[in-house]
Design a protein around this ligand. Sequence first.
Ligand code: C2E
Ligand code: MG
Ligand code: MG
Ligand code: MG
Length: 282
Amino acid sequence: RAKAEGKGAFRLFEPGMDEQLKHRQALKLALHGALKRDEFSILYQPMVDLSSGRIRAFEALLRWRHPELGAVCPTEFIPLAEETGLIVGIGAWILREACRAASRWPDDICLSVNLSPAQFRSAGLVSTVRAALTETQLPTDRLQLEITESVLLRENRANLQILTELRRLGVKIALDDFGTGYSSLGYLHQFPFDKIKLDRSFVQNLPGSREGHAIVTAVAAMAQGLGISLTAEGVETSAQAALLRERGYSEGQGYLFSEPVSEGQARRLIGHAMTVYPVSPA
Ligand code: C2E
Ligand code: MG
Ligand code: MG
Ligand code: MG
């Protein structure tokens, strides 16, 4: 875009953009070595069975606290970690750490870990996952990996092959943020996903919005037809939980149940049966 302004265009960026660019550069620089300096941590957010109110799994969510910059938002630094390729090392660390945490949970509680496209481009994703499972002795069927459709957007064949190998290890594969991309539906017949996680943007306006109802219902019918189980993201009210349960969503995740919490708090949550929202009479 700067080029389009032609020769002699000294104002390459909008005033605000310059600052933004500097900030991104500073973040990128700070990201190098953040793993070594032990600046990352993992929080765990429960996914709750909408019928029983019981915790079925936790999703591992990365957090970064820089000594000067403070806490940096994942939506801000994960794309940078992705661009720089640093996510490969960080991702391997998350897998090992989260599997270790999960290996101490009761047998029926699963772990879900997000994978980014850069991890698929790096050789060795499958062996990284296998090593994390072996090292921590977490049973393979207790690990779920979440991908977004961006993984299937490019290098489609190669990544489908990797997904198939991951599946062969015995782990489950979930399609994350369903509905937000270019062609969410298009990917469903390319790979037999174990789970679809409906993006929270569709849950947000429930139960008030007619459009919201229509989408939630249509996705449920489709998933049922395909034999894929459904998790709804961003469940914040019990009215939303009740509606989603009624429409056939088996799990919910969101602030209604719990925010992402530390490993210790997660274990305490498991101990206490979740009665955070009224389970309606059958
Ligand atoms: P995601 O995988 O879709 O994770 C769900 C995000 O929604 C999390 O944001 C979570 O804190 C937030 N959330 C959960 N419940 C609610 C709710 O009721 N209301 C609202 N408004 N938000 C809710 P977070 O932790 O900031 O992560 C953002 C994104 O960053 C994640 O979206 C995921 O794509 C990515 N991410 C996080 N951790 C990792 C990681 O370890 N590896 C990779 N590759 N990506 C990660
Ligand atoms: Mg996720
Ligand atoms: Mg998600
Ligand atoms: Mg999301």
